[in-house]
Design a protein around this ligand. Structure first.
Ligand SMILES: [Zn+2]
Ligand SMILES: [Zn+2]
Length: 428
């Protein structure tokens, strides 16, 4: 048994925010209340810390199987645990693509053998994510997928999207789309605008994303399926999602920490600023923050996309898209959203817990009988992120060396402490 004493328990599901103790018994929460005692239990002193339901990341790339030079399930989930995540959804664009039950089973088995946190695979929508034939979605569901997506690219055509949604509606799986119009994207490397002209880099107009979001919302209307927009980055996309929600469609979306923190004005000739979707305009960024505040955005997701240093250490045009993200996500949320009073602390927690859980059709709460998955963090702990200290195999982040206030202090999965920050050793 593990007794977490004196923490500030914030649970969006029950709207609780109070000093309470939480007793864990095996893989489940057994009791919550003031002044709990349990003979023989190990004590975790959470004085001054927030105790939240376990964080869920809806979007990451663990690169296994096939790209273990950049990340593995073992290294990626150790990084996730340091970021306070207790469960991560891993995208199917591995080698081979996760488009069959046998690949899904392989991921589940590797996770069972060596992952620090829960790994929930996302299956491909189409065979090889090539946008032609439907993947074995039902068989993959049997093997453990929680959603489908062709992430890395959009679900290729409206017709295919209709088939995928019809199928996933029957299976009650969310369809996650990486929204872009390839004809507008057309070899671009950053958001089109004054900065792309200044840098002489080929731009991608924001409509590349929003056109595809609009298409997907219309097909969600046609089919009644659950649609989730991945890494939404523009005001135009947000307006489609807002309208869809008002009309009662099953449409949800996520925003990444880098898109609510940085803008295209931050882009320089440094491939750690190259991601897809690209960093957007200031107006887009401000709109995303409004959406995070008012409930239009359902979740914060990292899109943790590790790339081996050699592949990013090339010209901007030639580098792959993507940055790592697990270990800076909470700290960016606290620094950029909560300390600046743009959203409340309870809302931030919701965006990491009940919000993503709802997208997956799950519950997330601190209650007797619930899984003992908890994220314990400080809102004030001062530290500096050093990419070199990360257990991830990759270092591609624009936040290396950034000073933060607030950090995950412990991550508990199924009653087991899988990460604990040694505060004294790394302070300031
Ligand atoms: Zn994507
Ligand atoms: Zn992705």
């Amino acid at each position: 048994m593990l007794l977490i004493k004196n923490g500030r328990v914030i649970d969006p599901a029950s709207r609780a925010d109070a000093a309470m103790d939480v007793l864990l018994d095996g893989e489940r929460i057994s009791k919550i209340g003031a002044g709990l005692a349990a003979e023989g239990a190990e004590i975790f002193d959470a004085r001054g810390l927030v105790v939240a339901p376990g964080f869920i990341d809806l979007h990451c790339h663990l690169r296994e199987p096939g790209q273990e030079i950049s990340e593995t399930i073992e290294t990626g989930t150790r990084s996730a645990a340091r970021g306070g995540f207790t469960a991560v959804c891993t995208m199917p664009n591995t080698q081979p693509v996760n488009d069959s039950a046998s690949v899904t089973r392989g991921i589940v088995e590797r996770a069972a053998a060596g992952a620090s946190v829960r790994v929930w695979p996302i299956g491909a929508a189409s065979v090889g994510s090539k946008g032609e034939a439907l993947a074995e979605i039902a068989a993959m569901k049997g093997a453990g997928i929680v959603a489908v997506s062709d992430d890395g690219r959009p679900i290729a055509t409206a017709r295919l999207m209709r088939q995928v949604m019809d199928y996933c509606r029957a299976l009650d799986l969310p369809v996650i789309d990486h929204c872009e119009d390839p004809s507008l994207f057309a070899g671009g490397v950053m958001r089109e605008g004054a900065q792309s002209i200044k840098l002489g880099l080929k731009g991608i107009p924001s409509q590349s994303e929003s056109i595809c979001v609009g298409r997907d919302v219309e097909i969600a209307r046609l089919t009644g399926a659950r649609l989730h927009i991945a890494h939404m980055s523009t005001l135009g996309s947000l307006e489609y999602v807002r309208a869809a929600k008002q009309q009662g469609l099953n449409v949800t979306c996520e925003v990444t920490p880098h898109h609510f923190t940085l803008t295209d004005e931050d882009v320089r000739y440094d491939t750690h600023y190259k991601m897809n979707p690209p960093l957007a305009s200031r107006a887009d960024r401000d709109a995303l923050i409004e959406g995070l505040a008012d409930g239009s955005v359902d979740a914060i997701a990292t899109d943790h996309a590790p790339h081996h240093p050699a592949s990013k250490d090339v010209e901007f045009d030639r580098a792959p898209f993507g940055i790592t993200g697990f270990e800076t996500a909470l700290a960016l949320g606290l620094s950029e959203l909560v300390h600046t009073k743009k959203i409340s602390l309870a809302r931030l927690i919701e965006l990491f817990t009940t919000g993503p859980a709802r997208v997956l059709g799950m519950e997330r709460k601190i209650a007797a009988g619930a899984p003992a998955d908890l994220t314990i963090f400080s809102t004030d702990y001062e530290w500096t992120f050093r990419a070199a200290d990360s257990p991830s195999k990759s270092r591609n982040t624009p936040f290396d060396g950034r000073a933060f206030r607030g950090a995950p202090m412990a991550t508990i999965v199924a009653g087991r402490v899988v990460y604990r920050r040694e505060a004294a050793a790394t302070a300031k």
